[in-house]
Design a binder for this molecule. Structure first.
Ligand code: DX5
Ligand code: ZN
Length: 224
């Protein structure tokens, strides 16, 4: 079933030393680096943008997974692709036209994904599902790290997984918010493949063992 990949959200990392952070993440065996862009308008928080992404791109070979929590993603996707984004996800609740935004991301050479806030129904994504590589299901309200997982979102992951199977679509389901050793098995069982892990990862004394344990659990689930 799932080809599990871990995308480490650097929102909770030591931002004073991103080169060391990315090196540590590579060592702990994560597959991607999750980069949360917030504009203080689409969400009430502000984070970082293209220059910081470009700086990270220069010091790592990790796949860069860029999550845009901004009001007008279409205006910026080309710049994020140029700054090194390998995957760009944007919210369906933003002001940009989804089809045009997906086309622009692809034309810029990156993979494209759509994101659903907890209050947005999975059916809203249907028209765009054949066009994207990833569907990101927010399992907390976007804006801040360290929040508690919203258990109701499991149903949304399941519905999107079943839809992909029923229609022969190849998008992968990513989950973001409150993912840890306890919640990971549930989202994996529901059909998620990409796990964004932020505060849980950076709380670990030994991040590599923690990530290995999550992978080991996933393997057991696959065999069960
Ligand atoms: C929240 C961000 C997340 C956040 C996840 O808006 O999109 O990527 O960093 O952090 P945790 O894993 O702490 O919930
Ligand atoms: Zn995110």
């Amino acid at each position: 079933m799932n080809n599990i990949q871990i995308s480490a959200s650097i929102l909770s990392a030591d931002l004073s030393n991103l080169a060391a952070v990315t090196e540590g993440l590579e060592h702990s065996g994560v597959d991607m680096l999750h980069f949360d862009v917030m504009d203080g308008h689409f969400v009430p928080n502000l984070t970082f943008g293209m220059p910081v992404l470009a700086a990270i791109d220069h010091c790592t070979n990790l796949f860069l997974d860029v999550h845009l929590m901004i009001t007008n993603p279409l205006q910026y996707v080309e710049q994020f692709a140029k700054a090194g984004a390998d995957l760009i996800t944007f919210h369906l609740e933003s002001d940009s036209d989804p089809e045009e935004t997906i086309r622009t991301i692809h034309a810029a050479g990156a993979q494209a994904g759509i994101v659903l806030k907890p209050g947005t129904s999975w059916e809203t994504a249907i028209p765009f599902l054949p066009m994207v590589e990833v569907v990101l299901v927010m399992t907390v309200e976007p804006g801040f790290g360290g929040q508690s997982f919203l258990w109701k979102m499991i149903d949304k992951v399941e519905a999107l997984h079943q839809y992909a199977e029923a229609h022969g679509l190849s998008y992968r389901i990513e989950v973001d918010g409150g993912i840890n050793a306890e919640t990971a098995p549930h989202v994996l069982r529901a059909g998620a493949e990409l796990l964004v892990i932020g505060s849980y990862l950076f709380r670990q004394a030994d991040p590599k063992s923690a990530m290995d344990a999550i992978r080991e659990n996933a393997r057991k689930l696959q065999q069960a």
